[in-house]
Design a binder for this molecule. Sequence first.
Ligand SMILES: NC(=O)c1ccc[n+]([C@@H]2O[C@H](COP(=O)([O-])OP(=O)(O)OC[C@H]3O[C@@H](n4cnc5c(N)ncnc54)[C@H](O)[C@@H]3O)[C@@H](O)[C@H]2O)c1
Length: 427
Amino acid sequence: MQKEYAVQMAASNLRFGAGVTKEVGMDCVDLGLKRVAVFTDQNLRPLQPVRLVIEALKREGVEFEIYDEVRVEPTDLSIQAAISFAQAGNFDGYIAVGGGSVIDTTKAANLYASYPDDFYAYINAPIGLGKPVPGPVRPLIAIPTTAGTGSETTGVAIMDLTERHAKSGIAHRYLKPILGLVDPENTRSMPPVIAAASGLDVLCHAVESYTAIPFTDRPRPERPIMRPAYQGNNPISDIWSLKAIELTAQNIVKAYKNPDDDEARFNMILASSMAGMGFGNAGVHLCHGMSYPVSGMVKSYQPDDINVDHPIIPHGMSVILNAPAVFRFTGVACPERHLKAAEVLGADITSVNDIKAEAGSLLADQIIKIMQQLDVPNGLSAVGYTDDDIPALVAGTLPQHRVTKLSPRPADADDLELLFKDAMVAW
Ligand SMILES: NC(=O)c1ccc[n+]([C@@H]2O[C@H](COP(=O)([O-])OP(=O)(O)OC[C@H]3O[C@@H](n4cnc5c(N)ncnc54)[C@H](O)[C@@H]3O)[C@@H](O)[C@H]2O)c1
């Protein structure tokens, strides 16, 4: 096997600033979009971000239809409904106003409306066929309302596959939004549990991409087009990932405790897009790989302060609950990177004697301190899981090759069993 020697940075086109949402009508005109679909969810439909988009489109005379049936944590069924809407509408382009659920649903609807195919055709292998997106899709402008998934920067759309009780998705550069309007005013109304969960998703994107395998450890592709978006840690992603860790460390608790702290909210949505540019080119690994069955197999957990009609473990929560166990496990594989991440998160590293033995635990302890300040449940057992669920959680993680193979320390079924056992109680 020839090892990889190159890395490709797929840049994102983003505009940051308080109030940029109001510019979306002009952007549509400048892009030549005469008739667009506005995707959102029912909680966001009456709120300011969507109101501002509607006003902006009317002001510029852009014709639009609203689709507000996006499911929070999209499923194959909810995505198929969105695809039908998109296929029937003959739109020139799309605007997604919402969190990752909305942006990802819009990406998938846009893809299948542009290139209709069997539903599993584009879903990542081995769950789907992993067929590459055949060509450019219609323009999509993403307006995130969480800080967040970074979905405005990535070519990834994630969904729950209902019958398989696991998440998978579609990943291709052509799915990347043509423009992200990153407006900190849009995150002011996030419920506290979502401010916490989505902020912890940022943290995991940044730390996982920074600790992923080096890009030079992957096999070299035969053709440049076959080089995946998730390439492993690399000098360009490192810059975004480390800065995102730093901004998150400084702002996540402030933004959670006081949604009117403009500076903290700005820095968190900035961190979210920065982490997106990091992980969008490097990838994430075990925290995310293990999160897919954790959210897919949810039993009855439903946080009080979000308005959804089904049990849900918010995405970032399903990720962070695995994080302490994961970094304790991966620390030995690249201790310098774990130590650096812990230090940027505020850990005192001066008393470390044996970096290989201590770095992973130091990082895990620092993450736990943040989880505690954000009132995160104490481990998987606090969101309804028991040891009896571990075999199914392991089985749901094993097919997530796209991310798990980026772990700096390979994890087989026995390792995953121990990791889920460790993740049952975090502190
Ligand atoms: N595409 C990617 O690169 C990527 C990366 C990470 C996660 N994801 C996916 O994104 C989804 C999670 O997205 P998320 O964490 O952004 O949350 P979300 O979109 O699922 O929204 C969570 C809840 O918050 C509400 N909400 C969002 N913004 C709000 C606001 N400003 N005011 C009031 N309520 C608001 C929503 O209505 C919903 O009830 C998951 O499906 C996850 O797998 C995608």
